[in-house]
Write a new protein. Structure first.
Length: 425
């Protein structure tokens, strides 16, 4: 009997334990360790921030669900991975030995890299459900006393979709409350152009997102870095093509949500050969770490180089479609390794995203994620909002039921087609 330890109870970790259980059966021990006792459906966090969802509607208690589906669960934080000893150390002081380790810890949110950024500073966040709940209080304060809003992403960020989503969702809610006319909005991003998304655009995301920002009277600043934030004021600098400073200014705000840059988590940070200098797990084409091949990485914690040079650092997003594909490759390769065979499965690393704008949205598919691509498709409409609502429901059901269907790839694509037809009917 082998022991597979999976760290992290998010989209990557949950998919991994279910697929491992299905693929390897009861002859092996599958253990999930997560520092949170809940699964949270991160894509719905922006809805929590404007009170369209309560946190309990998008979170699931892990202990009973794991028990029901035959996965051992430990609610504890991994404080250190010790790959040379096939061991992880836990915050409680306990240690766990493993035969195979899957790291699915997601990111550390690097608010600390910019003075005054983040929930402990002066901007709010939707990266965690708890952050989004806090953010909703700041949003209510804005509604009570309307004023300027600044939304966007910090230099080095690798997750842009949710920044655009939050801007449009907030804008929709402000219109519903009939106070949009009292809220000037600015979108700030290190992307070289609107709709780059860390992917050098997909289809016409540039045109689609620029047009949406224009239609909704949201001003934007691209190639822009955030220098520091103080209460109600953000100091930003727009740079030239060569990265040199072009113009600095201070943006006043009453409410600001900025997606931070990510790093790897402390449990792996600085482990030579396991992670890169930013703490992201180094994996080969089979999702294995080249130095310790019984250690695999899936999801946001994995190191992926940027698609190309940009004046400011712009990271590549790791979205659900890609994460599920990394998980399937990992599980198939672990199954081969258990049989003493060589790995053969590669993740497809495609990007698929439904970006909700509150009343409509933009969907895009990039196959493969890095251009040039075989499929480079983006489309917009009310059907995307409907598809995203349905997708949330199906994904939460998947986690509760313990199914291993690759939802992002199969269900989502079907859903998109159906929703599109419905909207066009
Ligand atoms: C606001 C937001 C919206 C997004 N929307 C979409 C979307 O619509 N579509 C899409 O495809 N992608 C979306 N993404 C991108 C991506 O799909 C999500 O970030 C997804 O949650 C990543 O899954 P993950 O498993 O890699 O990491 P996470 O979901 O972050 O899960 C990591 C887990 O590991 C745990 N953990 C961390 N450190 C430790 C430790 N030391 N010990 C134990 N446990 C630990 C964490 O508590 C967490 O439970 C979004 C991202 C964000 C931030």
């Amino acid at each position: 009997m082998k022991r597979m330890v999976v760290i992290g109870g998010g989209i990557g970790g949950i998919s991994a334990v279910y697929e491992l259980r299905d693929r390897l059966g009861k002859n092996h021990e599958i253990l999930l360790v997560s520092d949170s006792d809940q699964f949270e459906f991160t894509p719905s966090n922006p809805w929590v921030a404007v009170k369209w969802r309560k946190p309990e509607a998008i979170t699931i208690d892990l202990a009973p669900v794991m028990k029901k589906h035959g996965v051992a669960f430990k609610h504890d934080a991994v404080s250190r991975v010790v790959p040379e000893q096939n061991r992880v150390e836990l915050a409680s002081g306990e240690t766990l030995d493993y035969d195979y380790l899957v790291i699915a810890t997601g990111p550390r949110l690097a608010f600390n890299e910019i003075e005054g950024l983040g929930p402990e500073g002066h901007t709010v966040s939707v990266c965690k459900t708890a952050h989004a709940l806090e953010s909703s209080k700041d949003f209510e304060a804005l509604c009570a006393d309307p004023g300027p809003v600044v939304i966007g992403a910090a230099q080095g960020a690798s997750c842009y979709g949710p920044a655009y989503e939050y801007a449009f969702i907030l804008e929709t809610e402000l219109r519903k409350r009939k106070i949009r006319d009292r809220v000037p909005m600015t979108f700030v991003t290190p992307e070289p152009y609107i709709g780059h998304l860390g992917l050098d655009g997909v289809g016409d995301t540039k045109g689609l997102l620029e047009s949406e920002l224009r239609n909704r009277h949201v001003k934007w600043l691209t190639n822009t870095r955030i220098d520091r934030v103080e209460a109600g004021r953000m100091h930003v600098t727009t740079v030239n093509e060569d990265g040199s400073d072009k113009a600095s200014q201070a943006l006043e705000f009453k409410h600001s949500m900025i997606l931070p840059a990510f790093t790897g988590v402390d449990a792996v940070m600085g482990i030579d050969q396991l992670v890169n200098p930013r703490g992201f797990v180094i994996v080969d084409e089979f999702q294995r770490n080249p130095t310790w091949p019984n250690v695999y990485g899936v999801g946001v914690c994995v190191a992926i180089p940027p698609v190309g040079p940009t004046p400011l650092p712009v990271g590549v997003p790791k979205t659900g479609y890609m994460i599920e594909s990394m998980v399937t490759a990992t599980v198939e390769n672990i199954a081969l390794a258990v049989e003493g065979r060589e790995p053969a499965h590669r993740a497809t690393w495609n990007a698929f995203c439904l970006a909700d704008f509150g009343d409509r949205g933009v969907a895009f598919i990039a196959l493969p994620q890095i251009p040039p691509r075989n499929t480079n498709w983006a489309s917009s409409g009310k059907w995307v909002h409907l598809a995203k609502v349905a997708f949330e429901k199906y994904y939460l059901r998947k986690v509760r039921k313990g199914t291993t269907e690759p939802y992002y790839e199969k269900v989502a694509l079907k859903l998109m087609g159906a929703a599109k037809l419905r909207a066009e009917a």
